[in-house]
Design a protein around this ligand. Structure first.
Ligand SMILES: Cc1ncc(COP(=O)(O)O)c(C=O)c1O
Length: 431
């Protein structure tokens, strides 16, 4: 039985072609640069497309150097390794740069933000989320330094395209002499007090993954003002070959460089970044207006910033939540008049051939990380059961947003008619 058989959804028909959460939008220029790479045989990890996008992105973001890599995750790995080397020096081969060290990390984010800490042998300490921008809470971060004063590295993400509380986070980091690795994978083009995200970290990264605001089909970049460090990352990303007549290796290497084909796609996309942002903003505002009469709020945009509106998200008011209990891989929910749940809305969205998604499940309640420390404004502890989170006064902002929130279809190729159907479906969930 489909959820559409419920009389509340009478008359609603699934879309003929799927409406995606956020899918690649090609414009044609990509083909030209890819063709040129093929025609000239520059298809590997050297070529004009790579050089050109490194120049263009550095200029757009306002940073001295951009290093083109195979993914945002690879960029995060090298950024975190670089930070680890700056702080603690080069480790012996077989040991990570962060071996035995704690690192403060965003909690409500994709696991790619934090996994590289583990690649380098470190232990992530998760910092709770604030409600104003859904990013790392500077108050919880300050508390974390009281508990772990020895920590010297912070990994911060800007979620869904909205910059976090950059000034407050930087003030806490500086007060404790800590470095910031900034994960701007989702926020390319967003600004805080007029400056681009990607300029706030001691080292920063962006992603060109297929679902991002622009894409290279894959790819990412490391951003830094330090030319020597940029070159070091280029070297690490190409197996750390020394400048010798033979294959000479003095440190660990990786196969992380971007290909000139991928760079051709990025090169074709870059002129459309601002257009994509404008389209996503229209989508966000249409949802905001269309859902204004429901007991829900949109993902907050924060002050002093202009987001890139990558994903439009919804948060159901606490007292408009029907019952929803999530296990590790399954979920149960009830239907109640005037109330709904993220699960019900996601099921309804899926039934009409559209794609939504739960909010990122916080890292501190992920099986892989639930034994890691977790610091909130009001306490510190480890994993809590969903029932505990729902019923106790323990303030776990990330888990609460995960419980009540969802990402709505935010594809810039979605028509306003399709978006109106989605808005209507969400209304019917609350009937
Ligand atoms: C916050 C965040 N960090 C890192 C990544 C990793 O980027 P990539 O997929 O390019 O490796 C992503 C997205 O994929 C992301 O959303």
């Amino acid at each position: 039985m489909s959820i559409l058989d419920d009389p509340r959804f009478a008359g609603i028909k699934p879309f003929e072609s799927k409406v995606w959460l956020s899918s690649p939008t090609m414009h044609g220029d990509e083909q030209k640069w890819v063709d040129e790479a093929i025609a000239t045989n520059w298809v590997s990890t050297v070529g004009a497309n790579i050089n050109e996008i490194e120049r263009q992105v550095a200029e757009y973001i306002g940073i001295n150097h951009a290093v083109a890599l195979s993914s945002g995750t690879a960029a995060l790995h090298l950024a975190i390794k670089l930070a680890g080397e700056r702080l603690y020096g080069q480790p012996k081969v077989g040991h990570g740069t962060l071996e035995g060290r704690k690192v403060f990390c965003s909690d409500m984010t994709f696991d790619a933000t934090v996994n590289p800490v583990a690649y380098e042998g470190g232990e992530a300490v998760f910092i709770d989320t604030e409600r104003d921008t859904w990013n790392m809470d500077p108050v919880a971060l300050e508390r974390a330094f009281e508990l772990y004063p020895e920590v010297k590295l912070i990994v911060v993400a800007h979620l869904y395209g909205t910059p976090g509380k950059v000034d407050e986070l930087r003030a806490v980091a500086d007060a404790h002499g800590a470095l910031i690795v900034e994960d701007a994978a989702e926020s390319l083009g967003a600004t805080y007090k007029g400056a681009q995200t990607g300029t706030f970290g001691d080292i920063s990264i962006i992603s060109f993954n297929g679902n991002k605001i622009i894409t290279g089909s894959a790819g990412g970049m490391l951003l830094t003002n330090d030319g020597e460090e940029a070159n070091k990352c280029r070297k690490w990303s190409t197996q750390s070959r020394e400048d010798a007549p033979w294959y000479q290796h003095e440190e660990l290497g990786y196969n992380y460089r971007m290909s000139n084909i991928v760079a051709g796609v990025v090169r074709g996309q870059l002129p459309y970044l601002d257009e994509h942002i404008a389209q996503k903003k229209v989508i966000y505002e249409r949802y905001k207006d269309g859902l204004a009469d429901l007991p829900v709020t949109m993902n907050p945009l924060g002050e002093d910033c202009e987001p890139n509106y990558w994903l439009s998200c919804l948060l159901i008011d606490e007292d408009a939540m029907a019952s929803q209990v999530r296990g590790e891989q399954d979920v149960l929910y009830t239907t109640e008049p005037g109330k709904s749940t993220p699960t019900e809305i996601l099921n309804a969205i899926s039934a009409i051939n559209a794609e939504g998604r739960p909010i990122w499940k916080p890292m501190h309640i992920q099986p892989i990380y639930r034994m890691n420390p977790f610091v909130t404004r009001t306490g510190n502890g480890r994993a809590r059961s969903n029932a505990y989170i729902a019923e106790s006064g323990f303030e776990d902002v990330g888990a609460n947003i995960f419980h009540r929130g969802l990402c709505m279809p935010s594809d810039n190729k979605m028509t306003s008619e399709q978006q109106d159907v989605i808005i209507s479906i969400i209304h019917r969930c609350f009937e």
